[in-house]
Ligand binder design. Structure first.
Ligand SMILES: Cc1ncc(COP(=O)(O)O)c(C=O)c1O
Length: 500
């Protein structure tokens, strides 16, 4: 064997590098999640190290570089020639955004439980697919176990079942493909489009639902956006009139998508009312629970998704509120038999008949052919900690959202976007002497300055056409202390913006 290949597959080298990498990640975890800097990593970009109460400095959550600078850094790194893998890993860590940092409060991707990351390493190493049973016996069986567990938690009966797939975007598209197969009058899969199809969804839904309709060739007419109320929930009383109009326009509406919850503000649609409407009109009822479907595990908050059990299909991203590394998404069906109808392709080299409902050949029902063992990441968490881990996490983070809202309300110069029911909190700074036209600009400035300073990571959104700062409290080490520090920092930045 060539020396290079020998080296690439050397078991002892793997052992050594593995130990070193895990040590490095554990030190990193220690340094960012509680503000203990055991290993003060090099400072990068404009990011600032901050003092923690124990007198040590805390690494920034993000080391901001302009895109062209980041690209140049890596191009130069490659040009230097071959190097040590551990040095590379160290550099990757230090230049990445740190989701485990207690001041990470940005997007909805979770700081994964470290055990989930270990399971991910195992999955990558074994590289077992799950399209066919022989290539992923454990993977397929665990996928079944995990999806059954989720179905039970929703409150579904034995006839339910599901699959795991690569992300909420793909899962929503897959669910809508099933809906098309089950509800459309024409055999679109076999004969192409007949009548123009459409779905109805809240105007606040994630953009991937809109994208799914367009991918399926329905165009902009095919996505009917239902206006929302002052809590950003779908106005279900408008469904009837939108359906009547769609019919008059020659559209065949096949589905309604409920959001549980919306991305911008964390609003849960009234799923019971959507279900009633779908039953009455023989429409597919899909719930996009990518973020907030996880409340099925929370004794305190499951009422928010009341009616989720009435859906035909439900999507839950486990890399959002269920602590698993990305991508790990469940697409669940109230009647599992429907999932076998989505795709109908022969693949003689994989399975003998597409018609047989073989749970153990997951590729029959997923868009992906090769797919890593996503199931082991979630199964490892359930096996080790039980599902009460999910209950504790979801309940804590949603509680924290409410506490943060109270802190915001106590400060005269801040305005809450909407009373949060989840861990998504939108607010803005509104100085008394700043005209309304300047408030958007001020908040965009604050958000950009925060990113460039690197101490906190938050994002922004638009509500009723105004710019709001947006936090998603994903980190279980974030407390009111960090949230107060964030508000202090925003006040400082706002004062700075007005030139003192
Ligand atoms: C409600 C909702 N649906 C779907 C998605 C897309 O999920 P993914 O990023 O896993 O593709 C998101 C992502 O933020 C979301 O919030």
């Amino acid at each position: 064997m060539h020396d290079l290949l020998k080296d690439a597959f050397d078991a002892e080298k793997f052992r050594q590098q593995g130990h070193q990498l895990i040590d490095m990640l554990a030190d990193h975890l220690n340094a960012v999640q509680h503000g203990n800097a055991r290993h003060g990593n090099a400072r990068h970009g404009n990011a600032q190290h901050t003092n923690s109460p124990n007198g040590k400095t805390q690494q920034p959550v993000i080391s901001w570089h302009k895109p062209e600078d980041e690209l140049a850094f890596w191009e130069q790194d490659l040009a230097k020639g071959q190097g040590d893998a551990l040095d590379l890993f160290r550099t990757v860590i230090s230049r990445s955004i740190h989701l485990h940092h207690n001041k990470y409060m940005g997007h909805q991707v979770v700081p994964p439980a470290p055990l989930g990351a270990l399971a991910s390493l195992l999955s990558s190493f074994l590289n077992n697919g799950s399209a066919v049973y022989e290539m992923g016996a454990v993977s397929n069986a665990l996928e079944r176990v995990v999806t059954q567990q989720l179905c039970q938690q929703i409150g579904w009966q034995e006839e339910s079942g599901g699959i795991l797939t690569s992300g909420g975007t793909l899962a929503n598209l897959t669910a809508l493909l099933t809906a098309r197969r089950v509800k459309a009058q024409a055999n679109v899969w076999g004969e192409g489009m007949g009548q123009k199809l459409a779905l109805m969804v809240s105007a606040e839904a994630h953009y991937c639902v809109d994208r799914a309709a367009r991918i399926m060739g329905w165009g902009s007419e095919g996505i009917i956006k239902i206006p929302v109320n002052d809590k950003f929930q779908m106005r279900t009383e408008l469904l009837e009139e939108h359906l009547a109009k769609a019919k008059a326009d020659g559209l065949e509406v096949i589905a309604v998508v409920g959001s549980a919850c919306t991305t911008s503000t964390g609003a849960y649609d009234n799923l019971v009312e959507i279900s009633d409407f779908c039953t009455k009109n023989d429409l597919w009822f899909h719930v996009d629970g990518a973020h907030g479907g996880a409340v099925i595990f929370s004794d305190k908050y499951r009422h928010l998704a009341k009616g989720i059990n009435l859906a035909d299909s439900v999507v839950i991203d486990m890399h959002k509120m269920l602590l698993a590394p990305a991508l790990t998404t469940a697409l669940l069906y109230r009647k599992e038999v429907d999932s076998y109808r989505t795709f109908a392709q022969q693949a003689q080299y994989l399975w003998s008949s597409q018609e047989d409902q073989e749970w153990y050949n997951m590729g029959k029902r997923t868009m992906e052919c090769t797919k890593l063992m996503m199931s082991v990441k979630v199964y490892a968490l359930i096996k080790t900690y039980g599902t009460s881990l999910f209950d504790k996490y979801v309940s804590r983070q949603y509680d924290l959202g409410k506490s943060f809202a109270e802190l915001i309300k106590k400060r005269a110069l801040f305005e809450l976007g909407i009373e949060p029911s989840t861990n998504i909190v939108c607010f803005r700074y509104k100085a008394a002497d700043v005209g309304e036209d300047k408030v958007d600009e001020l908040n965009s400035y604050i958000r950009q300055a925060l990113v460039e300073q690197g101490e906190f990571y938050i994002v922004q959104t638009r509500l009723n056409n105004k710019v709001y700062l947006r936090t998603t409290l994903m980190n279980s080490n974030t407390t009111e202390k960090e949230l107060n520090e964030l508000l202090n920092r925003i006040e400082e930045l706002a004062q700075h913006a007005y030139g003192d």
